[in-house]
Ligand binder design. Structure first.
Ligand SMILES: [Ca+2]
Ligand SMILES: [Ca+2]
Length: 329
């Protein structure tokens, strides 16, 4: 499942002058980088009330002023004009791209079967809305039973174009979803593949980045193919970060978990891409307060901030762990 997040919707004042709307359309047509050759639309004025559309190549740009719903346009740093909502896709259908990915978090990894703990779900600590501002959410009680009880934590994922060796790369699309106990990444139904709203699968492949709120992010070492249709999250994977260090870009981009498994480095509580003193300070403050729940310094994801979290920090700062994800625009 793929929520069409609020981040893809635009505010729509009840009525804006047609001239301003036309200007907005003209601007978006100029500013939006073409993702496909046929992605060219003539400028069109969208008047208040009702709906109109402009068609270019395989796409239709539809505006419905004052309508409460909107599909996303597509990724690539798109910026539209104010005052109208738009949808891009053949026949008005919103485009989606799905990717089947596997990754482990060092902190949550137990090596058991399934491989990661889901203590945050079991303890009722996971927030109903993603912590990355992506506008993804689930209903109250979702994590209390299957499939929600298989969720380890929320993750953020990016599709990127460009060359990792020559940053900055370009962020094509960002979304949030779930990491499941077996390492699969899923959408907010905790069942189907991770979904990027507004991305046409045929525009891929793209590089893929996985971020976690207190682990170091990883970038796929190769471009990952996209699917236009949703499949179940799980093997066979389009990209599996867990099977080798070389599945992620950079030098020591992951922690060797032993037994042929690799995972995102833990203990970046402040999310600066390094495991250093501020991450210890977060631990120190939280453990002194006896903090429980959804804590930045709960590096092993058991719902408490205690000695095992310090141990993760200590070993990883000693190892000099740092994010290998290149800069991006
Ligand atoms: Ca840090
Ligand atoms: Ca902990």
């Amino acid at each position: 499942m793929c929520n069409r997040s609020a981040s893809h919707e635009r505010p729509h004042p009840a009525a804006l002058p047609a001239r301003a709307l036309a200007l907005g359309v003209a601007l978006l047509l100029v500013l939006a980088p073409p993702l496909r050759a046929q992605y060219t639309l003539a400028a069109a004025a969208f008047t208040s009330g009702g709906a109109t559309s402009a068609t270019g190549g395989a796409y239709t740009l539809t505006s419905a002023i004052g309508q409460p719903t909107a599909g996303p346009l597509t990724g690539g740093g798109y910026s539209g004009g104010a005052g109208f909502i738009y949808q891009l896709g053949g026949g008005g259908a919103a485009v989606m791209a799905y990717v089947d990915v596997r990754a482990f978090l060092q902190g949550a990894y137990t090596g058991g079967s399934p491989a990661q703990r889901a203590d945050l779900a079991a303890g009722g600590h996971l927030p109903l809305t993603d912590p990355y501002g992506q506008g993804q959410s689930v209903a109250a009680g979702f994590f209390a039973s299957a499939p929600g009880n298989e969720v380890v934590d929320w993750v953020k994922a990016e599709l990127r174009s460009g060359n990792p060796a020559s940053p900055p790369m370009t962020i094509v699309s960002t979304t949030a979803g779930f990491l499941l106990r077996d390492g699969s990444l899923a959408g907010t139904d905790a069942t189907t593949e991770l979904c990027f709203p507004g991305v046409d699968a045929s525009d891929g492949p793209f590089f893929l980045v996985i971020h976690h709120r207190n682990h170091l992010g990883v970038l796929s070492s190769v471009q990952v193919p996209l699917s236009a249709a949703a499949g179940p999250a799980g093997a066979p994977y389009d990209h599996d970060f867990t099977t080798a260090m070389a599945q992620a870009f950079g030098t020591n981009p992951m922690k060797n978990l032993g037994g042929g498994a690799f995972g995102l480095w833990a203990a970046d509580g402040d999310g600066d891409g390094q495991v250093t003193a501020p991450d210890f300070n977060l631990f120190n403050t939280a453990t002194a307060a006896g903090a429980i729940g959804y804590q930045a310094a709960d590096y092993d994801g058991d719902g408490q901030v205690t000695a095992p979290d310090f141990n993760l920090f200590n070993s990883n700062t000693t190892a000099g762990a740092s994010s290998q994800v290149p800069a991006a625009n």
